[in-house]
Design a protein around this ligand. Structure first.
Ligand code: M6R
Length: 602
């Protein structure tokens, strides 16, 4: 959600760095974009509604400059148009600023300080830059003025600000919204909302914490807290491969990421395998999971769906009671907590604001927390007591695919290791069975034409679709429905097969598409009855069955894998069918409308 990138150094092609950096941040979701460049002639601001390609047309000719800032905006306050796009400038024109996040008290700040200053946009952001200008005008030095403003702000921010009168510095600030500094070779420094726009120029980063301001110069960076005190922080290395963030020959990141899933399951096996034939997880984490009374899994969207599967493993294998909660609801709807509660936060990005709000609350209550995330150094991983990583490589498509299967794999390993620690025998060899899953995933990924055909036959031209399953398949169809709706805009809902007749079956009419999943021997008969019920009312049923449970008329048979691990495999045809349904409709698959990859506002 919104992305920031910036450069200060000796190279004159800052515009190129900013524009290509913004392209690498596109995946986060945005609806307008802009850059500001500072050179001897002054400040040059370009902004545009729409895509970076539209902004590129506006910039049209290269502007040599050795410092600049850029932003992709996902509108919260004010419509997504050119006026509200960032950067914003102060009334005097001296300061130019980009901002991610939401300033909750912007109206009262305007009333209290800026009433005489006409604003040019509808954004909360403009208040920040006008306030800095005001305080500098009143006599404060720039960093003191900015600190004064930060102390007044309520809400979340990642900010980058240029002072036209000082080409040697860029000021950046962070609270709740992510921001990372990339250290150059002594001739430049860079910063961004994440590492992706910077990894081609550096692998050394400095993480910022909340309520910090950094003065970024060519040769050094100085971190300050909101009292103005200098903070010392070590840098760290991030080993990201440039290939990980390129589409290669794929038309979309989503398809590339779907295909990466077998490889990622194998990678996770490797990362967590011990020297023998089992798995290993950090001993303090295993101890925390083994000794708690109850686990609360907190997550959103796809990560929440992975949590539902994780609950099955932790309860059935490790015999720990688990509740799974949607992060945005947890604060209002906090259950009676067990005395020895453990919280597990599942988040691909590690930055989701709804989850972070719960983590903050949980820490205040004094409960331990474990984050399972894909992003090393992300906020949720830093703020929790323990972290486990997905090792799935950057997930760029907004629609989460490989993170889901990676989350389930890591949760399975955590549950198995905990069971072992508690001397509860597992009736199967997880390491072997995960290997079988990875091979089966490959087979499914190679059968895309069949799924493309199903998408054409069952989803093309339809406005609604239902997904049904029972038991663990029910959780998988929830994810299938989310995939379809978010990228194809077809209204899709997942239901527990047995629940249909309690209301939803009223919506079934001639040719309503119903995708039914059956991978469990104990629910096969039940879900098949539900298929008959909807077919009798005119539905067009597309059955995806696991080998061994299949019937001659089933539309797609997936290879047989261990019954507990079927979600890892069964989700893939649902991802691929959704992909092709969206492709047929000509949707912007990697960047669906209104969505952001990293949802950093509550
Ligand atoms: O980064 P997170 O896993 O915390 O993100 C949670 C959701 O926003 C995310 O899974 C979302 O539902 C995806 N777009 C689904 O494809």
């Amino acid at each position: 959600m919104c992305g920031i990138v910036g450069y200060i150094g000796q190279n004159m092609d800052t515009d190129h760095f900013l524009l290509s950096g913004l392209e690498k941040l596109e995946y986060r979701g945005y609806d307008s974009a802009g850059i500001a460049l500072l050179n001897d002639e002054g400040i040059h601001v370009f902004k545009e509604k729409g895509r970076i390609s539209d902004l590129r047309k506006t910039v049209h000719t290269s502007i040599p400059a050795t410092q600049g800032i850029g932003q992709t905006r996902w509108a919260t306050h004010g419509a997504p148009n050119r006026v509200n796009a960032h950067p914003h400038q102060s009334q005097s024109g001296r300061f130019t600023l980009v901002h991610n996040g939401v300033i909750e008290n912007y109206e009262s700040l305007y009333e209290n300080y800026l009433k005489d200053i006409p604003l040019t946009s509808d954004t909360d952001t403009e208040i920040i830059v006008q306030l800095v200008d005001l305080f500098v005008h009143e006599g404060l030095e720039v960093s003191a003025a900015l600190l004064k403003v930060l102390n007044l702000l309520k809400g979340s921010y990642a900010i980058a600000m240029i002072d036209k009168q000082d080409a040697d510095k860029i000021y950046i600030c962070k609270n709740k919204s992510p921001l990372l500094v990339g250290l150059g070779d002594g001739t430049f420094n860079v910063f961004g909302s994440d590492a992706l726009p910077m990894i081609h120029v550096t692998k050394t980063f400095v993480q910022l914490l909340d309520e910090e301001m950094v003065i970024v110069e060519r040769k050094q960076v100085t971190i300050k807290n909101l009292k103005g005190e200098t903070v010392l922080r070590d840098s760290f290395q991030m080993d990201l491969d440039l290939d990980d963030i390129q589409k290669g020959t794929y038309a979309h990141y989503m398809l590339k990421e779907i295909d990466e899933q077998p490889f990622i399951v194998r990678k996770i096996i490797q990362e967590y395998q011990n020297t023998g034939s089992g798995f290993e997880v950090q001993s303090d984490i295993v101890e925390a999971v083994s000794t708690c009374d109850r686990i609360y899994i907190i997550a959103c969207g796809t990560s929440y769906h992975a949590g539902l599967i994780g609950k099955q493993y932790l309860e059935n294998w490790a015999q720990v009671p688990v509740e799974v909660h949607i992060a945005s609801e947890f604060s209002y709807n906090t259950p009676l907590l067990a005395r020895k509660s453990l919280f597990i936060f599942i988040s691909q990005s590690g930055e989701t604001a709804d989850s972070r709000a719960v983590l903050k609350k949980v820490k205040q209550l004094g409960y331990p927390a474990l984050t399972i995330t894909n992003v090393v150094g992300s906020t949720l991983s830093r703020e929790a007591d323990y972290s486990l990583f997905l090792h799935a490589g950057p997930e760029i498509a907004v629609a989460s695919t490989k993170a889901y299967t990676a989350q389930i794999t890591v949760l399975a390993i955590l549950a198995a290791v905990t069971a072992d620690h508690k001397s509860i025998p597992l009736s199967f060899d997880l390491l072997h069975e995960l290997g079988v899953v990875a091979n089966a995933m490959e087979l499914i990924c190679d059968r895309k034409p069949e799924m493309q055909q199903l998408a054409r036959e069952y989803l093309h031209d339809y406005r609604n679709a239902f997904f049904i399953g029972r038991h663990i398949d029910y959780y998988v169809v929830l994810e299938g429905a989310l995939k379809l709706k978010e990228i194809s805009y077809i209204q899709a809902e997942g239901f527990a097969g047995g629940e249909l007749k309690h209301g939803t079956i009223a919506l079934i009419e001639t040719d309503t598409p119903v995708i039914a999943l059956t991978t469990q021997s104990n629910t096969n008969l039940g879900i098949r009855s539900n298929m008959k019920e909807v077919a009798a009312r005119g539905a067009k049923v597309c059955t995806i069955a696991m080998e061994g449970l299949d019937k001659p008329d089933d539309q797609l048979i997936i290879p047989s894998v261990h019954e507990h691990l079927t979600p890892l495999l069964a989700v893939i045809p649902l991802q691929i069918i959704s992909y092709y349904a969206a492709l047929e409709k000509g949707c912007d698959i990697d960047k669906p409308r209104n969505l952001a990859k990293s949802v950093t506002v509550e």
